[in-house]
Write a protein that binds this ligand. Structure first.
Ligand SMILES: Nc1ncnc2c1ncn2[C@@H]1O[C@H](COP(=O)(O)OP(=O)(O)O)[C@@H](O)[C@H]1O
Ligand SMILES: [Mg+2]
Length: 406
């Protein structure tokens, strides 16, 4: 089983998937820029081979370089779980005839307007939306859809350059800040709670599902620095309150022609119970979501993803034991972390519910909170009871504080 895995070391969770591939018996051929010598040891140890391409993000030249490098070898799978390279993987599959989703199918998971069109065509509820390339088109779209609207880049990520506009002047302000964006989407604003539905599928059939709720909604977390962004993975995604989202998830996978691999979908639940599609990607979720699925179930999702794509099997027994909460913290002040308050008390309050922390140690420079989903690090905890898990999560939000100074 020879598996080409693009970017086996970055973002950091890819190292886990590379390990998973090696553990299920794949010869992993890593692809990236630069030399294998620069890879972290842990990743290099799981690779059978390394192919260097000059520019990973130049899809055409990278695809051609990869096809040349792989010529004459028997390749069974070409995989990528990193958003900027999922299309590259698909293109090389198309060029080489290696099985897996075509580039056109993967585009349905990458182009936000195309995905909504395909999902809507299957009769599923998506926000009203228009693809726009000029300021005039954006104004027309907003009037047609009706305020409030969301305006965001077609190929956005991490809520970057995404704005809620309640009226014309707010739209003008947003447009002024988006002049560097070539193509945007203007959408009906959906008021509600925001969830993910993450899945591993085999030939389009989900064999593992997990639902996580964002607290608060990512756009708010990204707009206000004082927020501690938190997320809670539900012990059992098949509980009744989540059924609409899980069903939507399955229907979306069918509508988009999902094959085998990971998907990360976001969906909204309005106060009247209506469930609305947000977006979907043909990759794993970031922000420690994979670890949270592991802690909820005491399994190894990294390895099971690998088993699913290599052998068409998912062998883990999913325990559905814990609700898992992750709370990310942003230090007060600028510069380096100077002090952490409330950690000892939080650990004591959690007792066996404590999973661990990855807070930046004292002395480390703060991260740019706008550019990272993991803030200045976070804490994780888990509990079989939802209310207890939620209460401990609130405690971490309210009573754990990092301070920074220049
Ligand atoms: N139509 C919408 N209605 C309400 N909120 C939205 C809408 N579209 C986006 N948002 C908010 O903006 C965030 C980022 O948008 P999203 O489409 O998920 O793009 P990305 O996560 O790739 O940046 C969402 O998590 C949500 O909080
Ligand atoms: Mg999103």
């Amino acid at each position: 089983m020879n598996v080409v895995f693009i970017s086996p070391h970055y973002p950091p969770e890819m190292a886990g998937f590379t390990r998973g591939l090696a553990e299920v018996g794949a010869n992993v051929i890593g692809v990236g820029e630069g030399s294998a010598a620069a890879l972290p040891n842990a990743t290099r140890g799981h690779l059978a081979d390394w192919v260097s391409v000059p520019k990973l993000f130049d899809e055409e030249s990278a695809a051609n370089a990869l096809v040349r490098a792989l010529r004459g070898r028997k390749i069974d799978r070409i995989e990528s779980l990193w958003e900027p390279t999922v299309l590259l993987a698909a293109r090389v599959r198309d060029l080489t005839g290696v099985p897996g989703m075509s580039r056109d199918t993967v585009l349905g998971f990458r182009d936000k307007q195309l995905m909504k069109e395909r999902v809507a065509r299957a009769g599923l509820r998506v926000p009203l939306s228009r693809r726009v390339t000029t300021v005039t088109e954006a104004r027309h779209a907003a009037l047609e859809i009706g305020f409030p609207v969301i305006i965001k880049p077609i190929a956005g990520a991490g809520s970057a350059d995404t704005f809620r506009c309640d009226d014309g002047p707010e739209l003008e302000r947003a447009l002024a800040r988006m002049s560097h964006i070539g193509e945007a989407s203007v959408e009906e604003f959906i008021d509600g709670e925001e969830f993910t539905c993450d899945a591993i599928s085999i030939d389009g059939r989900p064999v593992f599902e997990s639902v996580t709720q964002y607290h608060p909604r990512p756009l708010i977390a990204r707009s206000e620095e004082w927020v501690s962004p938190a997320q809670l993975t539900f012990r059992d995604p098949h509980e009744r309150a989540l059924a609409g989202g899980v069903e939507l998830g399955r229907n979306v996978l069918a509508a988009l022609g999902m094959g085998s691999g990971f998907t990360h979908m976001e969906w909204y639940k309005k106060s009247n119970g209506e469930v609305v599609f947000g977006e979907i990607a043909a990759r794993s979720g970031g922000g420690h979501l994979i670890d949270m699925m592991n802690w909820a179930n005491d399994i190894d999702v990294y390895r099971e993803w690998a088993r699913a794509v290599c052998w068409g099997r998912f062998d883990a027994r999913v325990a559905r034991r814990y609700h898992v909460a992750m709370v990310f913290k942003r230090a007060l002040g600028q510069g380096r972390i100077a002090r952490i308050e409330g950690l000892r008390e939080l650990r004591a309050a959690c007792g066996p519910a404590w999973v661990g922390d990855h807070l930046l140690p004292v002395g480390t420079r703060r991260r740019n909170w706008k550019q990272t989903v993991v803030s200045d690090g976070g804490v994780a905890l888990r509990h079989p009871d939802y209310r207890t898990c939620r209460a401990l999560m609130e405690k971490a939000i309210g009573e754990l504080t990092l301070y920074a100074r220049p």
